[in-house]
Write a protein that binds this ligand. Structure first.
Ligand code: NAP
Length: 272
């Protein structure tokens, strides 16, 4: 197993992509500290990790609060003695109907607090121990295709994710001497429980037609890449942002022209 007996702290692991990363890492042999805003959702993930035969620790905390983050990292260290892998997954997407003129100070601040300050606070707290232990480590940030391309009514989310990509590079350079790999994964449209489920059927169909693969991705599509980046197979990869988007960012074909020149593929139902 690629992550046998590794200790992973995963934020926002109570649902969606974070939960899938936790389950994939658990299946690969890691013990998991499961963070989420509330204990309730984190506990469901933790039970599933234990069913895989691994240990799980539930830590409710708001990643936007640096004191709570320090406390979360300390609790993980108290229980497991070390943290080998940090996954900064927790994120919020608050749609801003009306665009830039409609966004409130509170919404702007909350999105930056969770999506950007959160990964910074968690990384800062975890690397203190990683550096002191001199055993290296892995940090994986979850960015988005929206770090590269804009979308209506997401004027705070996009800058927050673009900044996560630069934070990834900054930390990668600074932490390379300590053999700490820092990378990001940029999901495209993923059928997750939270953000992914808030879209109506017409919006989902519109995305399906826009994505060369012909379907949204599944949460475990992100989980399997996270396992790779956390494994020794990726030991020489650092500072990268790997897009997992079914070809979305590579395709500039207008949707109307696709039906003539490049037919939309059939849907790609979840085989599980
Ligand atoms: P999700 O299903 O809503 O899951 C996010 C999880 O993070 C939830 O369990 C949420 O808890 C938790 N969370 C939110 N704020 C938190 C905080 N301040 N501290 C700790 N936990 C917090 O969303 P997702 O789709 O899996 O998204 C996960 C990550 O992928 C995010 O960073 C998102 O930006 C990124 N992403 C998603 C997509 C997509 O299509 N789904 C695409 C690109 C990027 P509550 O449920 O209690 O709020």
């Amino acid at each position: 197993m690629k992550l046998e007996n590794k200790i992973a702290l995963i934020t926002g692991a109570g649902s969606g992509i974070g939960k899938a990363i936790a389950l994939e890492m658990g299946s690969a042999g890691a013990h998991i500290a499961v963070n989420d805003l509330t204990a309730e959702t984190a506990e469901t993930t933790a039970h599933q990790i234990e069913d895989l035969g691994r240990e799980a620790l539930v830590i409710p905390a708001d990643v936007a609060d640096s004191e709570q983050v320090e406390n979360m990292v300390q609790q993980t260290l108290n229980r497991f003695g070390r943290i080998d892998i940090l996954v900064n997954n927790a994120g919020v997407y608050i749609p801003q109907d009306g665009g830039v003129t409609a966004i409130t100070d509170e919404a702007w601040q909350r999105i930056l607090d969770v999506n950007l300050n959160g990964p910074f606070y968690c990384s800062r707290a975890v690397v203190k121990d990683m550096i002191a232990r001199k055993q290296g480590g892995k940090i994986i940030n979850i960015s988005s295709v929206q770090a590269e391309v804009a979308h209506f009514d997401a004027s705070a989310y996009q800058p927050s994710k673009a900044a996560v990509v630069m934070l990834t590079r900054t930390l990668a350079v600074e932490l390379a001497p300590y053999k700490i790999n820092v990378n990001a994964i940029g999901p495209g449209a993923i059928a997750s429980e939270g953000m992914g489920a808030s879209l109506g059927p017409e919006v989902i169909e519109a995305y399906r037609k826009r994505i060369p693969w012909g379907a949204r991705g599944y949460t475990r599509d992100i989980g399997t890449v996270a396992v790779f980046l956390a494994s020794e197979d990726a030991r020489y990869i650092t500072g990268q942002n790997i897009y997992v988007d079914g070809g979305y960012l590579s395709d500039s074909t207008p949707t109307e022209l696709k039906s003539q020149d490049h037919p939309v593929p059939p849907d790609d139902p979840d085989p599980k």
